[in-house]
Design a binder for this molecule. Structure first.
Ligand SMILES: NC(=O)c1ccc[n+]([C@@H]2O[C@H](COP(=O)([O-])OP(=O)(O)OC[C@H]3O[C@@H](n4cnc5c(N)ncnc54)[C@H](OP(=O)(O)O)[C@@H]3O)[C@@H](O)[C@H]2O)c1
Length: 274
């Protein structure tokens, strides 16, 4: 019987994952900034799902949520760092008032929640699921800050995978393409200082035309994540949906081409052994 601790359960992937895990009989610690927004969700599960307040930017709240999970269920073996939001705008357009809080949630929030959970997970073993993005695989104009945050998630996750292997803890980096959640609606901040010079890389039109029309079905995404958490052979990186796979393929090809193109020039940099 798995026990999950999930951040950002008020909507989207987090909400669906909490429900799907509880519906199949698992125990769930569902968390959200506004705990009232998720209390109703737990009612049908007779104590198998508990709800707790957790703003992931509050390290003390993360420790308190972990302590409550231990008190209620004796621990947990799946941590899902799902809470996050996007920031669209060119690097020159967004200000630190916009990008620093986004890193606080997407990067430092994930770190603090993970650090709070590790003493428990090291005892039980288990799985850490980190929600990255196709934007964590390859950078693209108009999304640089979000790219940087999700690249940080990728780096931390890859390092954790090695560090935590001896404790029987696996890491799963989920890299969704566009899925129909609240993400392109309320979970995107647009850079305040829109500059006509960056019209070509603006994500405004993309957001307006795709919000509510994303090809990805979040319930199908959640089914894949459940399958990966259950499997013994799940990969570290899990691009989710055809768009994310296309991003990964393009990235691999361009990375390979870059490495090869200047290998003869860039490889001869060690001290001479004479
Ligand atoms: N949907 C996509 O296309 C897509 C693609 C790639 C990656 N992702 C990633 O998937 C994850 C979930 O997003 P979603 O698509 O499910 O969007 P969503 O429906 O908008 O859900 C985002 C969740 O994050 C929560 N959140 C934001 N800031 C928080 C904080 N400080 N503390 C705790 N929770 C916080 C939100 O809670 P509140 O209700 O309190 O705001 C909400 O529950 C994110 O990490 C996102 O970057 C999504």
């Amino acid at each position: 019987m798995k026990t999950w601790l999930i951040t950002g359960c008020s909507s989207g992937f987090g909400q669906r994952l909490a429900l799907a895990a509880a519906q199949r009989g698992n125990r769930v610690v569902a968390t959200a900034r506004d705990v009232k927004s998720i209390e109703e969700m737990a009612r049908p599960f007779d104590g198998r799902m508990i709800t707790l307040p957790l703003d992931v930017t509050d390290a003390a709240a993360a420790k308190a949520a972990v302590a409550k999970a231990v008190e209620t269920f004796g621990g947990f073996d799946v941590l899902v760092n799902n809470a996050g939001y996007g920031l669209f705008g060119a690097i020159e357009e967004a200000t630190s008032e916009a990008y620093r809080p986004m890193f606080e949630v997407n990067v430092f929030g994930l770190i603090e929640t993970t650090r709070a959970a590790l003493p428990v997970l090291r005892r039980s073993g288990g799985t850490i699921v980190n929600m990255s993005s196709g934007a964590g695989i390859a950078g693209s104009g108009g999304a640089g800050y979000y790219n940087a945050a999700k690249f940080a998630v990728e780096g931390i996750s890859e390092a954790l995978a090695g560090e935590l292997k001896p404790f029987g803890i696996r890491v799963l980096i989920v890299e969704p393409g566009p899925f129909r959640t609240d993400f392109l609606g309320r979970s995107i901040t647009m850079a305040a200082n829109e500059m006509p010079e960056y019209a070509a890389s603006s994500r405004r039109h993309y957001r307006e035309t795709n919000n509510g029309n994303q090809a990805g079905d979040p319930d199908k995404a959640v089914a894949v994540i459940l399958q990966a958490v259950d499997a013994d052979d799940a990969p570290l990186h899990l691009p989710l949906g055809p768009a994310a796979h296309a991003i990964a393929e393009r990235k691999l090809a361009s990375f390979r081409s870059d490495i090869d193109a200047w290998r003869h020039i860039s490889i001869v940099t060690d001290f001479d052994h004479s």
